[in-house]
Write a protein that binds this ligand. Structure first.
Ligand code: F6P
Length: 362
């Protein structure tokens, strides 16, 4: 087995609170095992531009409390081209980087698997606020993002209560409604709207009318950014804005709209995110030193585990109905069955919580 002398760490895609905790854990764990560490600046672009810094125990000191990523992040299109990949591999060779740990979401893992295929062993660590990676129960950043939303919604509720208003709050999550669903339930929203399941607008508006009649003053509706309607030109109109107007006109309750946007991605990571990032970072280094690559570190039933990246990416596409011809060819019937079971489990988790939100959110 090859003994690695130097590994590179990068963060790619949307940043997430806890990424710094992962960088710190990877650095300290590798150094502790006699392996040098460098940070690649700006995600995969840093490999193309040879933007590389040494990471020492002291250079990752005091970063565990900070949101964002000290290595900065990017979504690099050039890296996906054969020329980009060739440059990235050349940089690794030139700087004696034996392996890479890539922290991010599904795009980041695609990059990691490509690097492995081109001879640079890579491991992925999940870091995205959306919690939208099917293969893992949890992605670093999710808990902090949810708590940030909760804090904002609690504040909005205070002022809604004073003025007898409703607030439609749009939260991040791309095509995944988990942030909206969990925070909607935890903030006592009167309705929650997510992209995964149909929203009964009529019933929600009826609830608001009834609540108003029974004397309720402050009301919150949480809508995921992934829900939209198309206008006559096929342009996406964010549903939250449309719903605000419909609630106001149909219930007579003054209704405001708040888009939390990137506020949700910043801030000091929670204990949950610091701890999970640390465990995942250490696991990534251990995997590399055990000679494994092309794995993604995941959490399952509270335990840190790892999976083949290709499996993780494929089950993700299966869940998101994005499978392409031939995607399943590399897998055994048993593996395909386990992927289907995981997708079913994820759908059920969301459906159960969504049904519960309708039962109790009023
Ligand atoms: O994937 C994380 C995320 O914050 C999503 O919730 C959101 O849709 C997207 O990234 C925003 O991306 P950008 O930072 O490029 O605006």
């Amino acid at each position: 087995m090859k003994k690695f002398k130097k590994i590179g760490v990068l963060t790619s895609g949307g940043d997430a609170p806890g990424m710094n905790a992962a960088i710190r854990a990877i650095t300290r764990s590798a150094l502790d095992q006699g392996v040098e560490v460098v940070g690649i600046i700006g995600g995969y672009s840093g490999l193309l531009e040879e933007n590389i810094i040494p990471l020492t125990s002291s250079s990752v000191s005091n970063i565990i409390t900070h949101g964002g990523t000290i290595l900065y992040s990017d979504r690099c299109l050039e890296f996906k081209t054969p020329e980009g990949m060739a440059k990235a591999v050349a940089t690794c060779k030139k700087h004696n980087i034996d392996a890479i740990v890539a922290i991010g979401g599904d795009g980041t893992f695609r990059g990691a698997t490509d690097l492995t295929l081109h001879g640079i062993p890579a491991i992925g660590v999940t870091g995205t606020i959306d919690n939208d990676i099917t293969a893992t129960d949890y992605t670093v950043g999710f808990d902090t993002a949810m708590n940030t939303v909760l804090d904002a919604v609690d504040r909005l509720r205070d002022t809604c209560e004073s003025h007898a208003r409703c607030d439609v709050v749009e939260v991040m999550g791309r095509d995944c409604g988990q942030i909206a669903l969990m925070t909607g339930i935890a903030s006592g929203a009167i309705a929650v709207c997510i992209p995964e399941l149909p929203f009964d607008e009529k019933a929600a508006i009826e609830e608001i009318k009834n609540a108003k009649e029974s004397g309720k003053r402050g009301m919150i509706v949480v809508v995921s950014e992934g829900v939209y309607e198309l206008d006559e030109n096929g342009k996406k109109i964010p549903y939250g804005e449309l719903l605000r107007e419909r609630i106001e006109t149909q219930t007579g309750v003054e209704t405001k709209f708040a888009r939390l946007a990137h506020v949700v991605r910043g801030g000091s990571p929670t204990l949950r995110d610091r701890l999970t990032a640390t465990k995942m970072g250490c696991e990534a280094v251990d995997l590399l030193l055990e000679g494994k690559s092309n794995r993604v570190v995941i959490e399952e039933d509270g335990y840190i585990k790892n999976l083949d990246i290709l499996y993780a990416l494929t089950v993700d596409r299966m869940y998101k109905n994005k499978l392409k011809d031939g995607d399943l060819d590399k897998f055994s019937a048993e593996e395909i069955k386990s992927m289907e079971a995981l997708c079913e489990k994820r759908r059920k988790e969301i459906k159960d919580l969504y049904d519960m939100s309708w039962e109790i959110c009023r």
